[in-house]
Design a protein around this ligand. Structure first.
Ligand code: GLA
Length: 714
């Protein structure tokens, strides 16, 4: 059984040169001409031009319509589609269609389909129906990718390669025997010996000691209490296995083409299906699919969080690409909400404000048939008489007016939130003091408080360089290695402000608890520690002396150099510290031992901004979003109003959407957006940004290569 495709250690990525996908910002979406008769194609390109579309994603699910039987390929329709788009000046983001293996392959080799933890093998009919470790699937996929790349590798229409589709969406974890063998191979490379695995996982508990590699299985079954070390390593292995598949396709594409390569991720708040931040350095431009959720009352903040996370995935904070979003309801939610008037543009420009160099939708034209026949599109079923179409045309015109923004970067943030999928996986699985905690909760809570104050923050992986930030927030980072803990502890030592929340630093990378008190790795820098965790019961509340009420989580905290800022006033911990602050020279280290409600997070955030001196981009009420993108000698202020009433902001410049000079006070209409080209700001640095109070090093660290390291202990 071959397991050669799964590396234990991801090779370091080469820094990729900047990517220019279109003249100006990219605009378009998934285009599926294979679903339509030829006469419709002519209308498609005519309307694409009317809307200003300059890039479409082609061929995502087109394996079976090209390779119609084993080794037999009919390229004619794809040749024609690429040629037609090229004639009309529309670039192609050409997908390898490997997300959807053809029916003949699935039927001849059902063993390539993924197996769930309970042993159920997925039948054909969905997508990503393949096991990431399957050598057979890999062979067929790479054979087709090679044929595709040979054919179109030098076609002038092809601006970007799009590997598969949402890798991991449906096959992020496979529990088949092939995967089990690959996992053992991965473990052997990571640990070197079976003794090391036994020691790392603490297999003496429940008598689970392994005497041979073959005794190790994936965490199968439904008991919900796998060994935490085994569980976490299977998550890591699964992410690496899919990344290995991406890298294998990328390598084939690069053999035949000099074009940039990417894949569309699914990045939002909380733990992702795979560790995308570790993948991002392997993409020429990081790409994301983002859909707002109907039951999220703060969906614009979820969008901002995802966008800040995309930007934070590259050490240089380079532009990324919104690969998919929707013009209205998708069809996979329970009740798929139409967007309000203006919301398509407000959402789209929020992504651009936070670093996307384009706006692509799923999808160009609404399908008549198939599983997604009711999914929204740029061109809806009702055609050009629709409001959506009118908004799509307006958005296209506005993106053209913003063409000069392409290639600029979001100004360097002075605040960062540290996020790690590995910590999220660990927090949310297995037997825990509180099994209902969601990783996204604290991440969103602290991001919201900054977002509502128009404070820009990068959402960064734990291996990011933290030296450029004046404020670093570390929410529920359950698992942390010593090296990361050291860099986090350095923040207050060099005069910055650090905030760590409960359930951070508690475990080592192998999921073993750090003994001596919580929050293990951060006790010393915080000058505070807990000897006992007090998760609260459903409906139970504990009062704080700042007027707040806590649900879900409290701890018995002891001061060891820190001061109590907020204390518990009810319950078994009454009188004890809930929030602490340790002054460290000019810096400060905060510990939040409780799951604070939004008003409590707001009060602490106000203090953090005082401590750190991190400024707001503008002074405005919550609901106004403000982000600046900067170029060599240019700066653009994006102002978005998510509220139902007009808002005023002190700002001035050329409103690029209205083509008018505005200021010194600008009105942002209810639900509207303004983008100002600002006059040069006095004291701005070469990239147009004001320098950080602390870090003269921010410019140099911003230009360093991505820091994904082969020796990374994760
Ligand atoms: C994902 C997929 C698309 C489509 C959309 C629908 O993002 O990549 O193919 O299914 O969802 O929202």
């Amino acid at each position: 059984m071959s397991v050669e495709f799964v590396p234990a250690v991801v090779p370091p990525a080469r820094p990729a040169p900047p990517v220019r996908l279109a003249d100006g910002l990219a605009y378009g979406g998934d285009y599926n001409p294979e679903q339509w008769p030829r006469e419709v194609w002519d209308e498609d390109v005519r309307l694409m031009r009317e809307a200003g579309v300059n890039l479409v994603t082609l061929g995502v699910f087109a394996w079976g319509t090209v390779e119609t039987s084993d080794g037999v390929r009919d390229w004619s329709w794809l040749d024609d589609a690429v040629a037609l788009l090229h004639r009309h000046g529309i670039g192609v983001d050409l997908a390898t269609p490997t997300a959807a293996p053809p029916s003949w392959l699935l039927s001849a080799h059902p063993e390539i389909a993924p197996v769930l933890a309970d042993g159920y093998r997925e039948p054909p009919g969905g997508r990503n129906a393949w096991c990431p470790a399957s050598p057979l699937y890999r062979r067929y996929a790479l054979r087709h990718v090679a044929a595709l790349a040979e054919r179109y590798g030098h076609h002038p229409a092809v601006r970007l390669w799009h590997v598969g589709n949402e890798l991991g969406g449906g096959n992020a974890r496979c529990y088949c025997d092939v995967s089990a063998a690959a996992f053992r191979h991965w473990l052997a490379a990571r640990y070197g010996s079976l003794e090391a695995v036994n020691a790392a996982w603490g297999t003496a508990q429940w008598g689970h000691r392994y005497g041979a590699w073959d005794e190790i299985d994936p965490p199968r079954g439904r008991h919900g209490a796998p060994n935490p070390g085994l569980f976490l390593d299977y998550e890591r292995y699964s992410s690496d296995a899919l990344l290995a598949h991406y890298l294998a396709e990328k390598e084939v594409l690069e053999r035949h083409s000099a074009g940039p390569v990417t894949t569309n991720m699914m990045v939002g708040a909380g733990a992702q299906v795979v560790d995308y931040a570790a993948w991002a350095p392997h993409t020429a431009v990081a790409a994301n699919d983002h859909y707002t959720l109907v039951d999220d009352p703060l969906r614009e903040q979820d969008l901002a969080f995802a966008a800040d996370r995309m930007r934070g995935m590259s050490a240089e904070r380079r532009p990324w690409l919104l690969m998919e979003t929707s013009t209205g309801g998708p069809s996979w939610q329970q009740r798929n909400r139409a967007k309000e008037a203006g919301e398509i543009e407000r959402n789209a420009l929020a992504h651009v404000a936070r670093g996307s160099d384009g706006v692509l939708f799923f999808q160009w034209r609404a399908s008549r048939a198939g599983a997604e026949q009711f999914h929204s599109a740029m061109l809806p079923h009702s055609g050009t008489r629709s409001r959506v179409w009118q908004e799509v045309v307006t958005l296209g015109a506005h993106l053209r007016a913003l063409a000069e923004v392409q290639g600029t970067r979001v100004e360097p943030a002075r605040a960062a939130i540290v996020v790690d999928d590995v910590a999220g996986w660990a927090l949310q699985h297995g037997l825990k003091p509180h099994r209902g905690l969601r990783y996204g909760r604290e991440l969103r809570a602290w991001h919201r408080a900054l977002w509502e104050r128009q404070v820009l923050c990068d959402v960064v992986p734990p291996w990011a360089d933290l030296d450029a930030y004046d404020l670093v927030v570390v929410p529920t980072l359950l698992v942390v290695d010593d090296e990361t803990a050291r860099r986090v502890a350095a923040v207050p030592e060099r005069g910055g402000t650090l905030l760590v929340t409960y359930l951070s630093g508690v475990c080592e990378p192998d999921a073993q608890v750090r003994t001596g008190g919580f929050p293990g790795a951060f006790r010393d820098v915080l000058g505070a520690w807990s000897d006992e965790l007090y998760p609260l019961q459903v409906g139970e509340q504990v009062l704080l002396d700042d007027g707040g009420r806590v649900e879900d989580w409290t701890e018995r905290v002891h001061l060891d150099g820190a001061d109590a800022v907020v204390r518990y006033t009810s319950g078994p911990l009454a009188g004890g510290p809930a929030v602490t602050r340790r002054a460290v020279g000019r810096g400060a280290a905060w510990y939040v031992s409780a799951a604070l409600p939004p008003d409590g997070v707001d009060r602490v955030t106000a203090r953090l901004l005082d401590d750190s001196g991190v400024p707001r981009t503008v002074e405005a009420d919550p609901g106004v979003e403000a982000v600046r993108r900067v170029g060599d000698d240019r700066s653009y202020l994006f102002l978005l109003n998510h509220t139902g009433t007009d808002r005023k902001v002190a700002a001035a410049g050329t409103d690029l959407l209205a083509a008018a000079e505005v200021g010194p006070v600008v009105t942002i209409p209810a639900g509207g957006v303004r983008v100002l080209r600002e006059p040069p700001r006095p004291g701005a640095s070469a990239d147009g940004s004001a320098p950080s109070a602390l870090s003269a090093s921010s410019a140099s660290s911003a230009s360093s290569a991505p820091t994904l390291r082969p020796e990374d202990p994760r």
